[in-house]
Design a protein around this ligand. Sequence first.
Ligand code: PLP
Length: 365
Amino acid sequence: MIYLDANATLPLNSSAILAVKDFMDQMPGNPSSVHQGGRSSRAILEKARQTIADYVGCLSSEVVFTSGGTEANNMALKGFKGKPIVISAVEHASIRRAAPEGAHVVCVAKDGVLDLEDLDQKLEGLEKPLVSIMFANNETGVIQPIGQVVERVHALEGLVHCDAVQGLGKIEDLHFSELNLDMMTISAHKVGGPTGIGALIIKDGLPCASLLQGGGQQKGYRSGTENVLGAVGFAAALVEDSASSWQSVKVLRDFMESTLCAVGAKVEGRSTDRLPNTSCLRMPGFSAPSQVMAFDLQGIAVSAGPACSSGKISSSFVLKAMGIEADDAIRVSLSPRTTQEDVDSFVHAWKEIYQSQLLRKKEVS
Ligand code: PLP
């Protein structure tokens, strides 16, 4: 299979596999136990936490492990009861659905970038708001002006949470303390780590309420025995692919886009800063679900919008938010494992599917 769905998930990379196997062989104890096995687990867990902290530019005490990006996003939005909440119109479902009724929703421009004027308007009169804006969009790859969001919100003594699930690993300047964020969400399975592990980075001392009541692990931020196996895999996965190896994926992505745009394709978000691996690619007149199936029959995995909706394929709310009424956009997302041959095969298949579609339309009319 040619796998061009990296934004949905990535297979475990070799460093993560090795680290996870090694941990399973040791069979240490519960990291909260005081005996030798427990202490050994605790040491392994804290080493993984430190590796992740160094990678994202925060203190290890600021890394709170969760079951993934979804839980971390829920925790960030639900941990500050009573605060006015502001999100963007293109956030992941785990932000949009966790936001309370009456949350303020900031629109994006046609290129997918946050409308800062609208943000200013939504912020007007709000007292110490909590603003959650994603680092990069999962469907278009469009990168948001998070630095400018932070400036505005901090001027109001508000808090900024950033869902950085798609930016992690792919972008060099994703650095928690340099961005001056208050909270940031990351997830392992988008960077070659295991599913079921992620983290909410919480600025030291910020009183984010726990979603779960229990043993008070992780300084009370997140009760429940820590997923040491997942944390070990997460830390190992992160160090395998450098941001520069993701950056080299851009050459393949740009080649694919320019070749296909020359024969009728359209790309949304292309005129602005994007993740190096993501393409929101439109085949005019051919619905995204039919495209996904046609590519699948040729052994190529792509997706129509987010993969997080229990296998459902629905039209993209992200494109709608960008003012684009179309159901012909698929998401093609490459990884450092994607080869030129993979891209050539995809380009060939795209042209073939497009041509046969045009022919069929001609026959019908
Ligand atoms: N945020 C974004 C931007 C995502 O793309 C995803 C998953 O696709 C999530 C959050 C949810 O992460 P997880 O699958 O780890 O729950």
